[in-house]
Design a protein around this ligand. Structure first.
Ligand code: SF4
Length: 444
């Protein structure tokens, strides 16, 4: 009689790239016959796919592991397995510190997960190595995002060396997936009802460089556009140094490509950008934005800014503040610099006082709230296509959705207070109200 397979629960922490790894882990285990539990109370084996690139993420991961160990001690789980960036970053130190964990996998060893789950070795097997692995369309995957929207990781790793970043050490060198593999995955997604594809990597704009493909991202988009049934294609995680006119022209010309540039600039002061090793070659941040905004379709720009970097004086911060005020981004997030052991920036002196950094972050975000409200007011009485996502998190009296200028999980939403909405459908919505971040409207 076949042995009943243990039920698996997976907690996925961190970014969308890590979520894709989690979906592959679930895919591999499902293909080995392991049922997936939606709730940890129904599971026999608990897996945490961790993030570890910032101290705050490290803390969150360790707390999650300790919680799962606690459930195991109370007999609620037979095994606890930890995977991902935290494992890659701290390696065997973790094993010594948490002997209750039954197995460990680094970022480059995902394909070892079934062997680890099946292992009877009580000495907590540890799979870690130089990250060289990249999943392709043949690796099984369980989509955990809503049926109509999915992420495709087009490359892994990074060859940039931003001085504050641990990711190259955690994820290894840039390695792009073969173009055909991405196209096949997109078609498979379309076949199961996906309408929106979000392309992700550490830096999508250098896709294909390691494979010797010139303008690889544009070539890939040209291959994805003709796929019938895929309505929206969004490119996330671009790099300010790699914004080619060819890419902008494609975004301007092709309706299917979201007119949405995810452009993490991090700062506007030349001196700070230099210290971050994120200087933009051949143009200033203002000139780059001007170039992006010169296209008639009107491209939306999302950015992230970092305050509190070593050497950030009042003048340097004022430069950033004035830049955000003048540019008026469509979406903006601001983070306080976190000195990460092992990075070049962690050795730099002159970190502003934490209180000062918090004040700077808050002043940028309250400025952005005013900018966003002004922009949203400009949308009133306009009718826009909205991807209906379901009931709003706040109340079942409202539906919520996103326009093509809003990315999943990070941006704002359109709240819908009248009309019949079909989840996963793109329907026209007349905007009737504007808030700092969200829009309100009715289906027409
Ligand atoms: S581009 Fe810079 S910030 Fe982004 S992953 Fe690479 S090194 Fe890190």
């Amino acid at each position: 009689m076949a042995e009943t397979k243990k039920k698996i629960f997976l907690l996925s922490l961190g970014c969308a790239k890590n979520l894709v790894d989690s979906e592959n882990i679930l895919g591999i285990l499902s293909s080995h016959g392991y049922p997936i539990a939606e709730d940890i109370d129904d599971a026999d084996i608990g897996i945490i796919n961790t993030c570890g690139f910032l101290q705050s993420a490290v803390k969150e991961a360790i707390n999650a592991i300790l919680e799962m160990i606690d459930i195991k001690k109370r007999g609620g789980l037979a095994k606890v397995i930890v995977t991902g960036c935290l494992v890659q970053r701290y390696g065997y130190k973790l094993k010594r510190g948490m002997p209750e964990v039954d197995g460990w996998i680094g970022t480059g060893e995902l394909d070892k997960i079934a062997a680890l789950v099946e292992s009877t070795d009580t000495n907590a097997p540890f799979f870690i190595g130089r990250p060289e692995f990249i999943a392709d369309h043949e690796l099984p995957r369980v989509q955990t995002t809503p049926f109509y929207s999915a992420y495709i990781k087009i490359a892994e790793g990074c060859f940039h060396r931003c001085t504050y970043c641990t990711i190259p050490a955690l994820r290894g060198p840039l390695r792009s997936r073969p173009l055909e593999s991405i196209v096949l995955e997109a078609k498979a997604m379309r076949d199961r009802g996906v309408k929106e594809i979000n392309l992700i990597a550490q830096d999508t704009t250098v896709y294909g460089v390691d494979l010797g493909i010139d303008n690889g991202l544009e070539r890939l988009l040209e291959e994805l556009i003709p796929i019938q049934g895929i309505e929206w294609i969004r490119v996330l995680y671009s790099h300010p140094n790699e914004i080619r006119d060819l890419f902008l022209q494609l975004m301007d010309r092709e309706e299917k490509i979201a007119p949405y540039l995810d452009l993490p600039l991090q700062h506007a002061s030349k001196r700070i950008l230099k210290a971050m090793a994120r200087e933009i070659k051949g143009e200033t941040p203002y000139e780059l934005i001007e170039r992006v905004r010169s296209y008639k379709r009107g491209l939306s720009i999302r950015t992230t800014m970092m305050v509190g970097f070593p050497g950030e004086t009042d003048e340097a911060f004022q430069e950033l503040y004035d830049f955000v005020k003048k540019v008026e981004f469509d979406h903006l997030g601001t983070f306080i610099y976190s000195p990460e052991p092992g990075t070049h920036a962690a050795r730099l002196k002159g970190i502003p006082d934490k209180k000062v950094s918090k004040k700077r972050r808050d002043s940028i975000m309250s400025l952005q709230a005013r900018i966003s409200l002004k922009k949203n007011r400009g949308m009133i009485n306009k009718t826009i296509p909205v991807l209906i996502e379901g009931f709003s998190k706040e109340t079942e009296l409202l539906l919520s959705g996103r326009s093509i200028r809003m990315a999943p999980d990070v941006d704002t939403q359109v709240l819908i207070n009248s009309g019949e909405g079909m989840i996963g459908e793109i329907q026209d919505v007349l905007i009737t109200e504007a808030h700092s971040y969200d829009l309100v409207g009715e289906i027409v």
